[in-house]
Ligand binder design. Sequence first.
Ligand code: T3D
Length: 265
Amino acid sequence: MSGTAPVLLVEQRDGYRVLTLNRPQRLNAFDAGLQAVLRQALAEAGSDPACRAVLLAGAGRGFCAGQDLAEPGLTDPDVDLGAVLDRGWNALVAALRGLPKPVVCAVQGVAAGAGASVALACDITLAAEDAKFSQAFIRIGLIPDSGATWMLPRLVGPARARALAMLGDTISGAEAASMGMVYRAVPAASLMAEAESLCARLARLPADALAATKRVLDAAEGNTLEEQLALEAAVQRDLGRSADYAEGVAAFQQKRPARFEGAPE
Ligand code: T3D
């Protein structure tokens, strides 16, 4: 493995933080250690006002190959895989969705199994055109997990979700973008620059409105239209009293760029 190299690289940039999975010899497959370190890094990013967006990426030739299948004991009949999921992947997906800041994901190379689920759980996912997405679970006798059965049909529709889940076919980043699984596919050589530029943009946008956008969009998945209209009105009532709203409107009227609270210079 990577000796004493940290399994997660953390770099603070101007207004955002880059978290890079760093187990390239295993295509950044997650063991329990990486799960814990990434969750801790997300919690720290969430509470640090200097961090207004997170970029999740993978070191080496792949984004993430899902569960580390070399982790001892996984197929031991005494091991409760449901509990393993709850402690690890499910907690990670909840941390990503619950983070009150946008998470951008940059996928190069492989995003397989729960590695693909993590990419889909992020707010804005960019993929290299030649990235490889795979619901690899079926090949080892499992169902798609870590939220894949919830996210995939919502993103690509039930017909494609069923085929991808049942066949475990590998699709490219370009195909993933064309079916709505990810936001955009870009040439591999410009993936990180594009993802960093998105994070820099997000860092300059109004943080409370971004957090609310994320929360309200997630709530929509379980709400009726009436409930959602009421939620939008309640959230807009609060945001309408914010300094960022006053600044946004003033900047529009004065034909100048807005300068939102806490945004980097
Ligand atoms: O079990 C639970 O806790 C429940 C949760 C499940 C969640 C899941 O994610 S289940 C799905 C787990 N992931 C997979 O099944 C994918 C396994 N990997 C592959 O099928 C292939 O590696 C890929 C198709 C992703 C990529 O193939 P390729 O040819 O580009 O690379 P490779 O040669 O197979 O892999 C490179 C190295 O990474 C290799 O190590 P080596 O031989 O050079 O020492 C390979 O063993 C290692 N690696 C790749 N994926 C994993 C892995 N090591 C551990 N775990 C992996 N998932």
